[in-house]
Design a binder for this molecule. Structure first.
Ligand SMILES: *[C@@H]1O[C@H](CO)[C@@H](O)[C@H](O)[C@H]1NC(C)=O
Length: 473
């Protein structure tokens, strides 16, 4: 710069003009980025995110992979680590079984999504209590973990994304303290009454995910939800070994979930500043349903009045360079929608065990061990299915017992009316029959239906102790 040619006063003036021009530019850029019309960026508030993987174990690799991938999208989108709260068990990247130690991938051709992910609530601190306290922004209720909470104000936007197994009325958490729909809804209600957010968007990948919100979430809380599945169906895993597209050959586990990769891979190839929540819902719905029998019905719940907002208001928007960089490889593996083969969540667990058996050398101790694990898993399923049929018959009679425990209420009705009864019956079952496995939770609807039919705890206790009392102590 040849500024010394000018007089000091002229130089100051030029600097001032330059600064003014720059600040106008920043203002314009921000306004465009936030898609706002007249408001200044200061009024737009902060973007918050809560990311939750509810599972543990290498067979459930995909759920933590989903969550890590979401973190990378938000981070590239400009959200700050102090505003992204991550709940994940964190037993995948450094798992003995991980063929790519220290990393996690969410797409057969994708890069590492683990690097940089904040470890806010891992292992034992990944609890329902901490999750609900974090959403509420209640620091004093938090036990363990980083202590990070959604300390939001009235202009802030909040994005919550959960990925794991679910069952009627319940989302699984890894420390045996599953999240009941009613408790989630009560927390959202408190947050709404506190007035500490402008709008909230919730994405849920889980089986029967619709049952968390159907008939429970009012339309006037400024909360918009989409779920991977309706209240009565499985959600689906993708990038599974032996399916197309399959993970790299060294992986025996699925890398992602259908609804989850659908929204994340969508945002990576589209402009978050122009694509709306409603548009993404349509794209994700189409891709998730594309498998027909091997796909699920993506649902939406809550307030539909703000779904014309751009995704960038929640997910941020990545600068173009980051977009291009990330899509190297990732984009190539975006198969035409129809050719993505998905696997039911519960089947993915069995698939994983089968792969481990096949990979172990024939006649080896390891192979025997895996064969035993697989046999146990299959016989456990038969046993638990049978137990619930017997319970159904004992409670409702031989003729329609099995039908009664499986009955699905009509659309728009919650799974159960009396949630205390529901919890009590689940606990009663556990007392007599032992813990409910991830697979066993598939039968949670049986307890809901018993409560809806007025079955008392004592009645279930008697039946369960007769049926299970001998095998479990
Ligand atoms: C926060 O948590 C503490 C401890 O559990 C509780 O006493 C308090 O009422 C909670 N505050 C709010 C606003 O929910």
């Amino acid at each position: 710069m040849a500024s010394y040619h000018y007089s000091p006063i002229l130089f100051m003036l030029l600097t001032l003009i330059a600064q003014l021009a720059e600040s106008r530019l920043t203002q314009e850029t921000l306004t465009t980025a936030f898609g706002a019309t007249s408001k200044s960026s200061a009024n737009e508030g902060t973007k918050w995110a809560v990311l939750v993987a509810g599972s543990m174990g290498f067979g459930n690799y995909r759920h933590q992979a989903d969550i890590c991938h979401a973190y990378q999208i938000l981070k590239r989108g400009g959200l700050k680590d102090e505003n992204i709260i991550v709940f994940m068990y964190d037993d995948i990247a450094h798992n003995d079984e991980n063929p790519r130690k220290g990393t996690i991938i969410n797409n057969p051709k994708g890069g590492d999504v683990y690097k940089g992910v904040p470890k806010d609530y891992t292992g034992d601190s990944l609890t329902t209590l901490n999750l609900l306290a974090a959403i509420l922004g209640n620091k004093t209720a938090i036990k363990g973990g980083s202590g990070k909470v959604v300390d939001s104000g009235p202009n802030d936007r909040i994005f919550i994304y959960y990925s794991d197994h679910g069952s009627p009325g319940v989302l699984t958490m890894p420390n045996d303290d599953d999240l009941y729909a009613k408790d989630l809804i009560n927390t959202l209600k408190k947050k709404h009454l506190m007035g500490t957010y402008k709008n909230m968007v919730i994405y849920v990948e889980a089986c029967e995910a619709g049952s968390l919100f159907a008939g429970l979430l009012p339309k006037d809380w400024n909360i918009y939800v989409t779920t991977a599945s309706n209240p009565d169906e499985s959600s689906w895993a993708v990038y599974c070994p032996g399916f197309d597209p399959s993970p790299p050959s060294e992986f025996d586990t699925c890398l992602g979930d259908l609804y989850s990769v659908a929204w994340m891979e969508d945002i990576e190839i589209h402009n978050a500043d122009t694509e709306t929540l409603a548009q993404q819902y349509q794209v994700v719905k189409k891709r998730t349903a594309a498998g027909g029998d091997h796909g699920s019905h993506v649902m939406e719940y809550g307030n539909m009045n703000f779904n014309a907002e751009p995704l960038s208001l929640y997910l941020g928007s990545a600068p173009n360079s980051a977009h291009k960089h990330h899509n190297k490889g990732g984009k190539g593996s975006h198969k035409p929608i129809s050719s993505i083969a998905a696997v039911e969540q519960h089947e993915a667990d069995i698939l994983y065990l089968r792969r481990k058996v096949l990979r172990a050398p024939e006649g080896s101790v390891k192979r025997k061990q895996y064969e035993k694990e697989l046999e146990d898993a299959i016989s456990h399923r038969e046993q638990v299915d049978c137990t619930f049929e017997e319970i159904g018959k004992a409670v409702f009679g031989d003729d329609n017992g099995i039908q009664m425990i499986k009955t699905v209420r009509s659309a728009g009705q919650p799974v159960v009316d009396d949630w205390d009864c529901f919890k009590t019956l689940v606990d009663t079952y556990k007392t007599h029959c032992g813990p409910l496995s991830t697979y066993g939770k598939k039968h949670m609807r049986a307890f809901a239906n018993m409560c809806n039919a007025g079955v008392q705890q004592a009645q279930l206790a008697k039946v369960a102790s007769q049926l299970c009392g001998n095998n479990f102590n």
